[in-house]
Design a protein around this ligand. Structure first.
Ligand SMILES: *[C@@H]1O[C@H](CO)[C@@H](O)[C@H](O)[C@H]1NC(C)=O
Ligand SMILES: *[C@@H]1O[C@H](CO)[C@@H](O)[C@H](O)[C@H]1NC(C)=O
Ligand SMILES: *[C@@H]1O[C@H](CO)[C@@H](O)[C@H](O)[C@H]1NC(C)=O
Length: 848
């Protein structure tokens, strides 16, 4: 076998590009010919040749229909345009769609090209882009203003199951929208399977065919950039270098691409031979220490699951059976003792494997590593290619939590006004005039469109459909600022300068934590109030949706046991939320891992009761219940008096209406706390929070993390471990040693253990409601207090305790009396009275 090995040369891609031209790429395999192959240059007056393909103008409407009018614009000078496909665009001032006839059902690439043409006569850079298919949300409210590249290319893989595919472009926030190029191209069925392996907890995942995917990374390890000219499926494969964790840990390997031996199971459609002919490999065998991993790190949105495909091809060995290694995704072993020779029977023969994973615990990244298998006594490891695709969530979205139904206006009756924008704007010269016109339009719009997103019980911002950037005063006067987002419903609007002052210019020494949304700083307002300032990454397109979710949620919810939102700041495309400061920080830090004094049993019970009240309020306090989705000990915060408050609604979503059995959402949340049923079925109910809360209860009892990989296998997962102990009646053997020997009432402990056990039931229907959990915990507290007061042995948890009504503790009992009992128990403070007022307002929309 001819072999060219090269040292680590960072200019290799250059050489490769030249080689790429020299080698004959064609001829060895018949190219796939797609049944549907739409390549469209939107708004273009003529054919556009791009990446070796011809894109036809969208004015030639042969087999697709453009519904709704749009302005076409073409760049006057093409020199500044990133590539030819971006030199024209179609601009829509109102909802419009392209409807494609589909010859052959099955997966299709939908590729979208966006570039805000500077000389279009419109401010396209501030336009928002929302794109949906018949069933899926592809892009939701994207704007170039908060994006760090001049153009946007998106690739989706969508299983079309009817004879048409409609792509709908929805202008939002009263701006226009646009698109430069569209591809709708058939994909061979074999490319994306229905099943892949979920890594943690390890289980097969079925049903991928019904889901949509978005390509986020597609890499040709150690090789050159491959463009549609080099790939029969029109894919782009990037070089991996910028994702390598330690740049020098890997060396590039390259063989002649024509030596790659495709098989029946791996054809050139899976990946072009250039992907398999190059690899990153674990250094040179002469390096003394071969015991390291080659690792790549990818930033991802932690709210989605990802489809991960690893491509391998042994181009490094001189004989068979000379390469055995491990592959890891995050810290999980994806493939152990991977022996390509045994799997493929030959050298230079491609192999790939698919996985499904979230981002790694507590971070927004996916890491992929290959490294030596210490058992095998053979060094060396390779990776040839890698694809990471985002999987649509249960809202059938690839961008945020809002479904197609939530985005499409209920009726398009009053959407005609939009078209005038294009006509009017072109003639306006000054920025001021444009801005004025824009404001008028927004005002006009917000008066004419009234319907809120269908899944919200109440209009959130007075009468505007979404978060329109018009203040109430400017609506009345027709003048004033168009920029500030102002509404009394949303708490205080902070100036960016105020935030800078409060946090000492985001002083890292004031950092309280880092979450999926961004960093959290401690701040002090001018009046001395201490606050927690949560600063979203201003460039994150994902973040905006969560920012809104969070403002929407928090501004509606006021409860003694929920962390309250004081205000927010959206100046300079910042996304900053200001919360009340919780002096004692997260519950977790009082349980383990710090030097803080150990909490007493009574304190622990009170904290759990507080958190349960907060969650119970979320589940039942408004007309539609709200599921927290990320209940964990770091999201339960303690104020200066150790009052527990539930935090972090960035992941929250309105729960099921009464007549529905579940609500669709992405599998979110944190490992160790994830409801197994939610993970299996991707169906979210309040019972998923109950499960996570059960994990919290066990953590509180045992003072150890939900997942502790350092422990023996059977103890790693607290839910499994504590349940096995509880079932054997040995829960008291694993409780926090600092509690042992202190006054801790056996009946109280028993009640607590039983409650946690019920929460951790395998199936949601078997778990109690949050109200029942609360009731049981209060009961456990009563048992503890009574025993403290009377020092009377309480060995029977069914004893009647004065002050607690004898209600059957039936987890299926959702009777109103149970809820009433709980409310009665919470009326001990004035804030809860205020809560009741909010409660009744939310339940009864006519109250507004
Ligand atoms: C555009 O391309 C199509 C297909 O490649 C071809 O049939 C058509 O004649 C071309 N039109 C022009 C104006 O060049
Ligand atoms: C597309 O979806 C249909 C219906 O769910 C399914 O039968 C088919 O196998 C899917 N195709 C692919 C390529 O996943
Ligand atoms: C490689 O990474 C995995 C997963 O993080 C880890 O378990 C393993 O110990 C690492 N191997 C080496 C040699 O560092």
């Amino acid at each position: 076998m001819e072999m060219v090995e090269m040292e680590t040369m960072r200019w290799l891609p250059l050489i490769l590009s030249v080689l790429l031209v020299l080698f004959n790429l064609h001829g060895s395999f018949a190219a796939f010919s797609p049944a549907d192959n739409y390549l469209i240059a939107c708004g273009s007056p003529q054919n556009v040749s791009f990446q070796g393909r011809t894109f036809a103008p969208d004015s030639v409407q042969s087999s697709f229909v453009l519904k709704g009018q749009g302005n076409s614009v073409a760049a006057t000078s093409s020199s500044s345009v990133p590539s030819p496909i971006y030199q024209s665009a179609r601009i829509f001032a109102s909802t419009a769609s392209y409807k494609f006839k589909i010859q052959q059902e099955g997966r299709h690439w939908v590729r979208l090209y966006f570039y805000p043409l500077p000389d279009s006569g419109h401010n396209l850079a501030s336009a928002t882009i929302t794109v949906i298919t018949d069933d899926f949300v592809l892009l939701n409210n994207f704007s170039f203003e908060s994006y760090n590249s001049s153009y946007l290319f998106k690739e989706y893989s969508i299983n079309v199951t009817s004879d048409t595919l409609t792509l709908t472009f929805i202008p939002m926030n009263n701006s226009a929208t646009f698109v430069n190029g569209i591809e709708v191209v058939s994909v061979p069925d074999v490319l994306i399977p229905d099943q892949a392996l979920v890594l943690f907890p390890s289980s097969p995942f079925n049903g991928l065919s019904d889901l949509s995917l978005e390509t986020v990374f597609r890499l040709n390890m150690g090789g050159p950039l491959l463009t549609p000219q080099n790939d029969t499926l029109g894919r782009i494969w990037e070089n991996d270098m910028k994702y390598l964790h330690v740049n020098s840990s890997a060396v590039n390997v390259l063989v002649n691409p024509s030596t790659i031996r495709y098989t029946m199971s791996v054809t050139s459609e899976i990946a072009p031979n250039w992907v398999y002919a190059t690899a990153e490999s674990m250094g040179d065998p002469n390096v003394p220490n071969q015991n390291f991993n080659v690792t790549w790190v990818f930033p991802v949105d932690p709210n989605f699951m990802y489809f991960i495909r690893l491509h391998f091809c042994d181009i490094v060995s001189r004989t068979l059976y000379d390469l055995v290694f491990n592959a890891y995704i995050n810290s999980d072993t994806a493939i152990s003792s991977l022996d390509l020779s045994t799997l493929t029977g030959n050298l230079a023969t491609p192999y790939y494997k698919d996985f499904i994973s979230n981002s790694s615990i507590d971070s927004d990244t996916i890491t992929v590593s290959v490294g030596p298998d210490t058992m095998a006594d053979i060094t060396g490891a390779i990776l040839n290619g890698l694809e990471i695709m985002k999987i649509s969530n249960d809202a059938r979205s690839l961008d945020g939590l809002i479904s197609v139904e939530g985005l499409l206006p209920k009726s398009s009756k009053n959407s005609k006004i939009g078209i005038i924008v294009g006509a009017a704007l072109g003639t306006l010269a000054t920025v001021g005039l444009i801005a004025f016109c824009y404001c008028c339009l927004i005002v006009h719009r917000s008066k004419t469109t009234h319907q809120g997103p269908s899944w919200l019980p109440l209009p959130l911002y007075g009468n505007s459909q979404t978060m329109t950037k018009v203040s109430t005063t400017s609506q009345k006067s027709g003048t004033g600022s168009c920029i500030s987002l102002a509404s009394s419903n949303l708490g205080r609007l902070f100036m960016f300068q105020e935030i800078m002052d409060a946090t000492n210019r985001f002083d890292e020494s004031l950092l309280l934590g880092v979450g999926g949304f961004g960093k959290v700083y401690k701040g002090t307002l001018e009046d001395g109030t201490e606050v927690a300032v949560k600063r979203g990454n201003p460039r994150s397109e994902q973040g905006l949706a969560e920012f809104r979710t969070e403002i929407e949620m928090l501004s509606k919810l006021r409860h003694r046991h929920l962390v309250s939102l004081i205000g927010y700041c959206d100046e300079r495309s910042e996304m900053i939320l200001v919360y009340e400061y919780m002096a004692n920080g997260p519950l977790r830090s009082h349980l383990y891992g710090t030097e803080l004094p150990s909490l007493s049993w009574k304190q622990r019970l009170e904290i759990c009761i507080g958190a349960a009240r907060g969650l119970h309020y979320l589940h039942t306090g408004s007309a539609q219940s709200i599921i927290h989705r990320d209940v964990k000990t770091t999201n339960i915060l303690l104020d200066e008096n150790f009052v527990a408050k539930v935090a972090d609604f960035g992941l929250s979503k309105t729960g099921p209406a009464l007549d529905q059995t579940h609500v669709s959402t992405a599998v979110k949340g944190s490992f160790g706390y994830l409801d197994p049923e939610y993970f299996r079925r991707q169906q979210l109910t309040e019972k998923s929070d109950v499960y996570s809360f059960g994990v919290v209860l066990m953590e509180v009892l045992c003072s150890r993390p939900a997942l502790d990989p350092a422990l023996p296998r059977e103890q790693v997962n607290i839910a499994e471990w504590a349940m096995s102990q509880q079932k054997k009646g040995m829960l008291d053997h694993i409780i926090d040693p600092t509690l042992v020997g202190k006054v801790i009432n056996a009946a109280s402990l028993k009640k607590f253990g039983e409650t946690a056990e019920k929460c951790l039931a395998e199936y949601g229907v078997d778990r109690p409601s949050m109200g029942d959990v609360l009731w049981n915990l209060e009961y456990a507290l009563q048992l503890e207090e009574t025993s403290l007061a009377l020092t009377e042995p309480e060995d029977n948890s069914t004893n009647h305790i004065p002050g607690i009504p004898m209600t059957p503790l039936d987890p299926f009992d959702h009777s109103a009396s149970m809820i009433d009992g709980v409310n009665a128990g919470t009326n001990d403070d004035p804030e809860d009275t205020a809560t009741s007022a909010v409660f009744s307002q939310l339940v009864n929309p006519r109250g507004r």
